[in-house]
Ligand binder design. Structure first.
Ligand SMILES: [Zn+2]
Length: 364
């Protein structure tokens, strides 16, 4: 009896060690440490020194590779029109489950290379997008542009720099804002999404080519990409990308589909209405649209989902103000026709209060 119990205990110890040995071999980090420890066996170094050296090795390797880790299980890129692809991000807030992919990451295949729009919320996402690009084409990524200064537009940029992209574009105001707030933005996205995925992001704002108003990029094959800031809105500076030869417009955060437009304290919702109008006046009506948030659609759909909402909300809240109503009453304006849109509960009342404060000059 005693003997068989001991046998049982021993066999489970062996089973456990067999399991841990095989998991250890599957993990490249652990395997790397094991190999490194063996290599160092013949030298007389302290454990502390060897770990420090290994950590330095890893960060140098990471800088060369852009990112070391697994491909994240993000949605498959969809082809919107000839050679134009987008990965539609989650319609809700950035969180660990969506890896910070809650905006759209797009890429366009041109004769001389690939143009990426939005760097992604962290190097892991940028790397994962890159693997999808490689499935579509063997042309190199040559250009990257970001829609604004937000973490999900910008934080993955160091990955693209590390893998050799030399042409990065941002409006100058967004680039300045990202540079000024880098530590804060990285910390916020790391905390909300994942430190492990975000930690290797570096501030590469000095690598960007910046522009005011409009800039054209020659992408070969007689095609040009037009980068344009139609004016402030969701963010103070916003970059849209228009490719006349493909009849496609990437609005950045001027355009929302499905997901409710969201107002932050830095959002100028009245300027947004004007900037959107400016965009419509400059882009042909039969253009495909990839919005900043939500699925691709035509110009009429994105107008209805963004511009028409802004116009409606502005008029509804103005009526409350004209009647001498207060902020609470402004929050009660009827937005029920939008109730099925993602993040309605988080956005609707807040948006109405925001507009009320914009009109009355109140605090945000
Ligand atoms: Zn955004």
């Amino acid at each position: 009896m005693k003997k068989s119990l001991l046998m049982l205990a021993l066999s489970s110890v062996f089973a456990a060690s067999a399991v841990s040995a095989s998991t250890a071999n599957e993990d490249p980090y652990v395997a790397g440490f094991e190999a490194y420890a063996k290599e160092l066996g013949s030298y007389s170094v302290t454990l502390e020194e060897s770990v420090e050296t290994y950590a330095k090795d890893v960060s140098q390797t990471e800088k060369k590779a852009g990112y070391i880790g697994k491909v994240l299980p993000i949605p498959q890129a969809q082809e919107v029109t000839d050679g134009v692809y987008t990965v539609v991000g989650s319609m809700i807030w950035h969180n660990p489950a969506n890896f910070g992919l809650n905006n759209n990451l797009s890429f366009i295949v041109f004769e001389n290379g690939v143009f990426v729009f939005n760097a992604g919320a962290n190097p892991a996402l940028a790397y994962s997008l890159h693997q999808q690009i490689k499935q579509v084409t063997n042309k190199p990524v040559k250009w990257v542009a970001v829609e604004n200064n937000q973490g999900h537009a910008y934080l993955g940029a160091s990955y693209w720099v590390d893998v050799g992209v030399r042409n990065l574009y941002s409006s100058s105001m967004a680039n300045q804002q990202f540079n000024d707030a880098f530590d804060f933005i990285k910390d916020e996205w790391g905390t909300r999404v994942s430190k492990a995925l975000t930690n290797s992001a570096r501030n590469v704002s000095d690598k960007f080519t910046t522009f005011d108003g409009e800039m054209q990029v020659d992408v070969g094959g007689g095609e040009v990409v037009i980068l344009k800031d139609f004016g402030p809105g969701h963010t103070p500076a916003s970059t849209s990308m228009y490719i006349p030869s493909r009849k496609v417009l990437l609005t950045g955060d001027l355009g929302f589909n499905e997901r409710m437009p969201v107002f932050f304290n830095y959002t100028d919702s009245f300027a947004w209405e004007g900037s959107y109008k400016n965009m419509m006046e400059n882009i042909p009506a039969d253009t495909f649209v990839i919005p900043g948030h939500g699925t691709p659609a035509d110009m009429a759909t994105i107008k209805r989902q963004t511009y028409d909402y802004l116009v409606y909300l502005h008029q509804a809240v103005q009526k409350v103000v004209d009647a001498g109503g207060n902020g609470e009453e402004a929050e009660q304006v009827d937005q029920s026709m939008y109730k099925d849109r993602p993040v309605f509960d988080q956005a609707a009342k807040n948006n109405a209060r925001h507009v009320y404060n914009e009109i009355t000059g109140g605090d945000f």
